[in-house]
Ligand binder design. Structure first.
Ligand SMILES: C[S@@+](CC[C@H](N)C(=O)[O-])C[C@H]1O[C@@H](n2cnc3c(N)ncnc32)[C@H](O)[C@@H]1O
Length: 252
């Protein structure tokens, strides 16, 4: 059966070619296991997808959002958002393949992004690049039933698969929509208090910044760096803070 006719659980249970280590055999778990061993053996932190590219990026002081981020990650385990073949690696601090040449981001990177986003109960949040649905569900836990989270995902099969994970998480104030080609974000439901972007842009996209409420915060990777952008509001200028070097899949 051609791959585009496979049931989605199976489609997203394969390692995309782009994530395959050259020269490895057919055991997909062994491929990831080998990558993990290489990562552990190396005295220098390896650049990995959706992760920091230097050890220094991990050494920043956490903000007061850190405890909330850690609590969300404990309440919404990553394993429920991974392909079957990857679930045994859920606890490892690595980006893991989810099919369609995309990844579920490295947990320490997700923690940093949520920490810096400082999501509060009741917030209206946009999650660009929902992928597996994990970040959408983490954000849903943080905003609580008084808030809303909209995840948008460009890959149609991931949007359906990740959307099912979010539906199964039992937080009906969150959902995933397939991104509309040529439209960045989801302008129809703007403005958002918070925007999380899990794919790397060349510059801060003005279309996304226009969807941010006054004083709202967006965390996104741009040109190899994770940035926190706080929108200006009356009497307070726009602020952009560099959080450290990170490598992500591209925003398309
Ligand atoms: C790092 S991956 C997914 C991480 C995801 N937050 C998770 O928890 O699994 C980034 C995702 O961004 C998606 N993406 C890239 N460009 C996009 C765009 N313009 N709009 C929506 N999604 C996009 C990719 O298809 C990919 O699934």
């Amino acid at each position: 059966m051609p791959q585009d006719q496979q049931p989605e659980e199976e489609q997203h249970d394969v390692l995309p070619d782009g994530d395959r280590d050259p020269g490895q055999g057919p055991d997909r778990g062994a491929q990831v296991g080998q990558h993990v061993q290489q990562h552990r053996r190396s005295p220098v932190r390896q650049p990995v997808c959706d992760g920091p590219t230097t050890a220094a990026a991990d050494s920043r002081e956490p903000t007061r959002g850190a405890a909330d981020a850690a609590a969300a990650m404990a309440a919404v385990p990553r394993s429920g958002f991974l392909p079957r073949s990857q679930r045994r690696y859920a606890a490892l601090d690595l980006a893991l393949p989810i099919g369609a040449r995309q990844t579920c981001s490295q947990p320490s990177t997700v923690r940093t992004m949520l920490d810096q986003l400082a999501v509060r109960p009741g917030h209206h949040v946009l999650d660009v690049g929902a992928g597996s649905g994990w970040t959408t569900a983490l954000l849903a836990w943080l905003v609580g039933p008084g808030g809303t989270v909209l995840g948008v995902e460009l890959e149609p099969s991931l949007a359906r698969w990740g959307g099912r994970h979010v539906d199964a998480a039992g937080m009906p104030w969150a959902r995933v929509e397939q991104a509309v080609a040529g439209v960045l974000g989801w302008p129809d439901e703007a403005p958002y208090d918070r925007i999380l972007v899990s794919a790397e842009a060349d510059t801060v996209p003005p279309e996304l910044e226009r969807q941010l409420a006054g004083g709202g915060v967006m965390v996104l990777p741009v040109g190899g760096h994770l940035l926190r952008v706080r929108a200006g509001e009356p009497g307070v200028p726009r602020e952009v803070v560099r959080l450290g070097p990170y490598l992500f899949v591209p925003l398309r």
